[in-house]
Design a protein around this ligand. Structure first.
Ligand code: FAD
Length: 409
């Protein structure tokens, strides 16, 4: 089959590689350089343990705190509030225990398979040199937040990753170069991280091209059906006919699903990062300061301080308040930090129940979806690419895809 994949973030690059493995003729489109959007600026963690969504029953009382506290990692653009409120309302309705349990169950299923989505691709693309196998650490600076996180440890262990609780002193032993403001920590043994997400994406792109896949740097503007049930993909440059199409366009997927008629409540959770080259190699592993929603990841170009959630438009400028917040947070843990060399903002593609959308369109059987991976798309890109390729090319998928179907909205 001739298959188009629209969007070359980690979801699209992985889908295209897996479709190639299943013997298909694949063209991957992107209007930007491959791997240059959300997949560029993340914290790099392969977070197999991350089966606890941000949705939580505690949000009902945490929300006012998050909105009003100066050190909260949640930012909301007031001028766009009218657009954000319906999504937030849907998000809160997914914070009821039954809904959260449903999300945990189906994130766990995906995360248990995380490695099977990447292992073969990483080997073939020789990606290991861009990966560190040091485990990811969470740190809590307050007893109250640590105690409220305890209930999640058992649920996290269901992903097969052992959680080791760390005392304040254990943290100093593990990472002697930080200003240890942490009350307690947790180490997720068997988790790992990319030292350069863009290098990983580039290596996977080389693999695709070496195997005969094609990349077109074009913007897809419409997808229509021909009289003989083929799909016409029209771009800013020209048109090509395909048998099937996979939408892996991250936050921009909504532009396409709206036209197809699948109503997906997809919203951007903006995230930021700063880069401090002078702090290169200062820590061995990503450290997440939980109360601040911030990660410090040792990348090849320096320490990357990133995270937070901001609801705002895609074309809003970087918010100074967020940059100041991240700088303040950085300086608390690394007092010697200088002025960041680079700042970045990007868009997590998020739906209110924190489950990705993987499967066939409900309106057009020739169109498939693989987007909406919110906070853990860097971890889930490989497995969701494998699953969508199986859905299209094989009779069976390793995981039942119905919980991730677009029909749930
Ligand atoms: C600050 C931050 C930290 C994060 N940390 C982590 C982490 O540690 N671990 C983790 O697992 N996840 C993390 N994430 C989440 C993860 O980065 C995303 O979920 C993931 O990168 C989404 O990948 P994607 O391929 O769906 O989207 P993207 O990477 O955004 O790719 C979508 C692509 O589609 C292209 N496109 C869109 N529309 C069109 C069109 N019409 N025509 C052609 N091309 C089009 C875009 O140009 C883009 O390249 C983080 C995110 C942020 C913002």
């Amino acid at each position: 089959m001739k298959i188009a994949v629209i969007g070359a973030g980690i979801a699209g690059i992985s889908s295209a590689n897996w479709l190639k493995k299943y013997g298909q003729d694949v063209t991957l489109y992107d209007m930007n350089e491959p791997g240059s959007q959300a997949s560029y600026g993340n914290a790099g963690t392969y977070a197999k343990y991350a089966n606890i969504p941000t949705n939580s029953a505690s949000y009902f009382y945490l929300f006012p705190y998050l909105l009003l506290n100066r050190n909260s990692p949640l930012f909301i653009s007031l001028k766009r509030l009218h657009k954000t409120i319906p999504w937030i309302a849907k998000y809160l309705s997914n914070c009821r225990k039954k809904r959260v349990d449903h999300t945990i169950e189906h994130l766990t299923t995906l995360l248990l398979q995380m490695d099977s989505g990447y292992e073969d691709l990483f080997k073939e693309a020789e990606v290991e040199k861009y990966i560190s196998r040091e485990s990811i650490m969470y740190g809590w600076s307050t007893k109250i937040f640590f105690n409220s996180a305890k209930k999640d440890f058992y649920k996290r262990e269901k992903t097969g990753i052992k959680t080791t609780i760390l005392s304040h002193d254990d943290i100093s032993d593990l990472e002697p170069n930080i200003n240890n403001i942490f009350y307690k920590g947790a180490l997720f043994e068997g988790s790992y991280f990319a030292k350069s997400p863009i290098k990983v994406s580039e290596a996977l792109m080389r693999l695709l091209l070496n195997k005969g896949g094609e990349f077109k740097k074009e913007k897809v503007v419409s997808i229509t059906m021909t009289d003989n049930n083929k799909v016409n993909v029209k771009t800013d440059i020209g048109s090509t006919i395909f048998d099937k199409v996979v939408i892996t366009s991250g936050i921009w997927s909504k532009d396409i699903t709206d036209k197809i008629g699948d109503k997906v409540p997809l919203e951007s959770e903006r995230g930021y990062h700063l880069v401090n080259p002078e702090l290169k190699n200062i820590v061995d592993r990503p450290i997440s300061w939980q109360e601040r929603g911030t990660y410090f990841t040792p990348m090849t170009d320096g320490l990357r301080t990133g995270g937070i959630v901001e609801f705002g438009a895609l074309d809003d400028k970087k918010n100074d308040k967020v940059l100041k917040f991240l700088n303040r947070t950085l300086k608390m843990v690394f007092p010697e930090a200088g002025h960041p060399q680079k700042t970045w903002v990007g868009f997590r593609p998020s739906v209110p129940d924190s489950l990705p959308v993987i499967g066939q369109s409900s309106k057009n059987p020739y169109i498939y979806y693989n987007f909406g991976h919110q906070h853990i798309g860097w971890s889930l890109g490989g497995i969701s690419g494998k699953l969508i390729a199986q859905e299209i090319c094989a009779n069976n998928t390793d995981i039942d895809l119905s919980p991730y179907s677009v029909e749930r909205f």
